[in-house]
Design a protein around this ligand. Sequence first.
Ligand code: FAD
Length: 382
Amino acid sequence: MTAAPEGWRARLETFLAAHAERPHLSGPAKLAWTKSWHAALADAGLAAPNWPREAGGLELGVADQVTYHRMMTEAGAPSHPTPISFIVAPTLIVHGTPAQRERYLRPLLRADELWCQGFSEPGAGSDLTSLTTRADREGDNYRINGQKVWTTGADRADWMFALVRTGPPGPGGAGITYLLIPMSAPGITVRPLRDLTGGTHFAEVFFDDVVVPAANRVGQEGEGWKIARTSLGHERTTAFLSTEYALRRQLRKVTALAVETGAIEDALVRQDLAKAEASLRVLAANASRALTELLGGGDPGPLSSMNRLVRAEFEQQLYRLATRVEGPDAALLGGRWVHGYLMTRASTIGAGTAEIQRNTIGEKVLGLPREPEAQLSTQEYA
Ligand SMILES: Cc1cc2nc3c(=O)[nH]c(=O)nc-3n(C[C@H](O)[C@H](O)[C@H](O)COP(=O)(O)OP(=O)(O)OC[C@H]3O[C@@H](n4cnc5c(N)ncnc54)[C@H](O)[C@@H]3O)c2cc1C
């Protein structure tokens, strides 16, 4: 816990009041507006509540971080155009060189440069350590060949943070290296993939003899898996403590819809609303437990696994209920709830499937025996 910089609350309040306008935009115009909103937030020194001050953050203590996230949620602040940036940022803060921090953090915070995450491959998802995209060392460079898939925002990203194979596989994710790849590099092909909603939120990315400087490596060669794992948990800690507020707002809207359409008269709808309320209270209770853990200097990791699972299932439950409440009109009324219903099919897949979350809870929270790890044989690498 560090002392909060004097007056950050008042400064954030003033900023949010001065930037309260939310124009109805879409496509490139929306992206440009969101980027400028975040650039202004970063320029005001208010964009990163838990980063160290020398990296452009506010370095707030845990309780203040929660207040920060609540204030942003209540003000309806737009999300960063690539929230995934906040996975690579703490990695750079902890494992990057001073030159890397200087080069990448500010443009990331201002949303001048957008990032995508190149981890999953056609043959490596839950079992990520079996990834096969290769980066071969050639003097001061790496030459990359292979393919990534489901890469969110790859078609508009300036940079990818990627896990690549630089050595034979082995226990503990051996042979995996963390690289920063400019998406403009020759040899990269991005092929957008259409999802259930008809949108193209993610893409396949192909690497054909893509050359990047070895200076783009984060940490040591072969240490990428450890780096990715240790820094993943870091940023998740406090943001999830405030998700309850955004979700409560959604539940209120669905309840209002049920009243408006008369669906509330249906006992089964009332029962589903009560179940949603119960899930939300579980999320809130877990968030309080995690906060207590954090304030006591502990690790809320296992609790955040539970909350991620409950949240993913809550979102699916809520949108399913909303489409039921709207009835056949759901698809006609601008399709908002249907769109959310289709989008949230992915909530139990992306960033670790519900089954993998359950494995984590079983092993890390309940202390059940570990399942055997699947390993790629060294012959497959050669
Ligand atoms: C909307 C969306 C956005 C995404 N964005 C990105 C991105 O930006 N960057 C990126 O790198 N990846 C991204 N992904 C990919 C995501 O991380 C993977 O889909 C996820 O890790 C699962 O991997 P997979 O799809 O290969 O499924 P698999 O790992 O092949 O799993 C298939 C099924 O088997 C189950 N299963 C697998 N292993 C086990 C086990 N040990 N025990 C029990 N069940 C198991 C899974 O739960 C699942 O039901 C995104 C995915 C989605 C849906």
